[in-house]
Design a protein around this ligand. Structure first.
Ligand SMILES: *Cc1c(COP(=O)(O)O)cnc(C)c1O
Length: 424
């Protein structure tokens, strides 16, 4: 880390040396006041790939030309659309293609998978999450508990960081799993925590959950496309994600789900069903008696939203070209540079602290800057200067330099503007 230099010249030199530098031009960069802004908000809404328009246009033309026949004769036949993203998604989450499926939205998928994996009994009924999980995940857990007639005050275990700390220690998570033991039904964590940016130890947590007989599920909203994952090898039971953050698939874009083949091949698992999850060979026979398809596909409910799916495919093609390994390599360096510059600021200790773990393997690209004074004012000044980052109540600025389209120069310029915004 000490090899970094605090100069624009150095930042530009790193950009010239960056093997992924050409990807930036594959995206539309938003403007503010007529100038390209510094976009550090890919953790909230990823930028639009230039390719997206062609992919969506293809489906619009096929629909215009073919009408319903597009299900069979479109350039990418709509009937099979959920299959076209499988290989790319499998690479991103470290799974077999049979274990992943694009469908619905994240929270919907979470409910669908909890319907299968949260089957409480009088002895085993608890769900363990991190405290202050993303609101939608909290609502999903609370309502699942109530749906099964369980008092959330008894059935919901929320893990808080130790006093004075902002992230959870892995050892504390593992201890809590042990402590609740066989009363635990599901361990459900955000793989990368949306607020702190902490990347949890998926392998160790999953192993601990299995040792007490619980299932382990992860919300990958802030992890997919950000950090390499190995869900299959780590033996994770289920996972869900959205694709409008690091995956750049557009506002409200396709979400997805992972179900380990160990469960996917068990067609007796209870589930909430619909026709798209039914044995595809007889889907159109409209027969009575649900027979799920093997694999994650068997959790589909409704037919596939082709227009969002087209945008999703365009974006996944870019990930296939860049490769998550190479992206991660650049990402750790880019975020390391951001951290180096922030820590070099003379105002560092009095004005802010970085609550994201300093260890590379415990974070993705995002740094969460906890403001000790004037946080919202500083954030608003940055916005006026053309920085797009994100403010989380009560006092955190989240900054996410993403390796596909952010540069070392972006990071350098951001920290200059941040320094000036602190001064005023
Ligand atoms: C963004 C995000 C969501 C969004 O849920 P949707 O159902 O896609 O609206 C859920 N959980 C986490 C952790 C998120 O970061």
């Amino acid at each position: 880390m000490s090899s970094f230099q605090n100069s624009l010249r150095y930042a530009r030199q790193q950009d010239r040396l960056d093997p992924l530098r050409s990807f930036r031009s594959q995206f539309h960069l938003p403007k503010s006041n007529g100038k390209s802004c510094i976009y550090l908000c890919g953790n909230s809404l990823g930028l639009q790939p230039r390719l997206t328009q062609d992919f969506v246009q293809q489906e619009l033309s096929d629909w215009a030309k073919l009408g319903v026949e597009g299900h069979f004769h479109a350039h990418r036949p709509w009937l099979h659309y959920h299959k076209f993203s499988k290989k790319s998604l499998a690479r991103l989450v470290g799974a077999r293609p049979t274990e992943v499926v694009s469908m619905n939205q994240l929270t919907v998928n979470l409910h669908l998978l909890l319907a299968s994996f949260y089957q409480p009994t009088p002895g085993r009924y608890k769900i363990l999450t991190e405290a202050h999980a993303f609101s939608s995940d909290q609502y999903a857990v609370e309502s699942q508990l109530k749906w099964h007639g369980i008092n959330p005050g008894l059935g919901w275990v929320e893990l808080k960081p130790r006093p004075g700390e902002h992230t959870l220690r892995t050892a504390d998570i593992l201890d809590a799993i042990q402590d609740h033991g066989d009363s635990l039904a599901v361990v459900l964590l955000g793989a990368v925590q949306y607020y702190s940016g902490q990347f949890f130890d998926i392998k160790a947590i999953t192993h601990a959950a299995h040792q007490v007989g619980a299932f382990a599920g992860f919300d990958l909203a802030h992890a997919i496309g950000n950090v390499p994952l190995a869900l299959h090898d780590h033996d994770v039971d289920f996972a869900v994600w959205c694709s409008y953050k690091y995956l750049n698939s557009g506002p409200g874009g396709m979400a997805g789900a992972f179900v380990h083949d160990r469960h996917g091949s068990n067609t007796n698992l209870p589930r909430l069903a619909g026709w798209w999850g039914h044995n595809e060979k007889e889907r159109f026979q409209m027969k009575k008696g649900f027979v799920p398809m093997p694999g994650a596909d068997g959790w589909q409910v409704s037919n596939f939203p082709v227009l969002s799916g087209a945008a999703h495919l365009a974006s996944l093609r870019i990930f296939d070209q860049a490769g998550i390994k190479a992206l991660r390599k650049k990402s750790t360096k880019l975020t390391g540079y951001l951290e180096f510059l922030l820590r070099s600021l003379p105002q560092a200790d009095s004005f802010f602290s970085i609550i994201t773990p300093a260890e590379e393997e415990q974070r993705g690209c995002q740094l969460s800057i906890l403001m000790k004074q004037n946080g919202k004012k500083v954030f608003d000044r940055l916005t006026r200067k053309g920085v797009i980052a994100d403010w989380r109540e009560p006092d955190v600025i989240r900054v996410a330099p993403v390796p596909l389209y952010n540069s070392f120069e972006d990071v350098f310029r951001f920290v200059e503007l941040f320094k000036n915004a602190l001064k005023k």
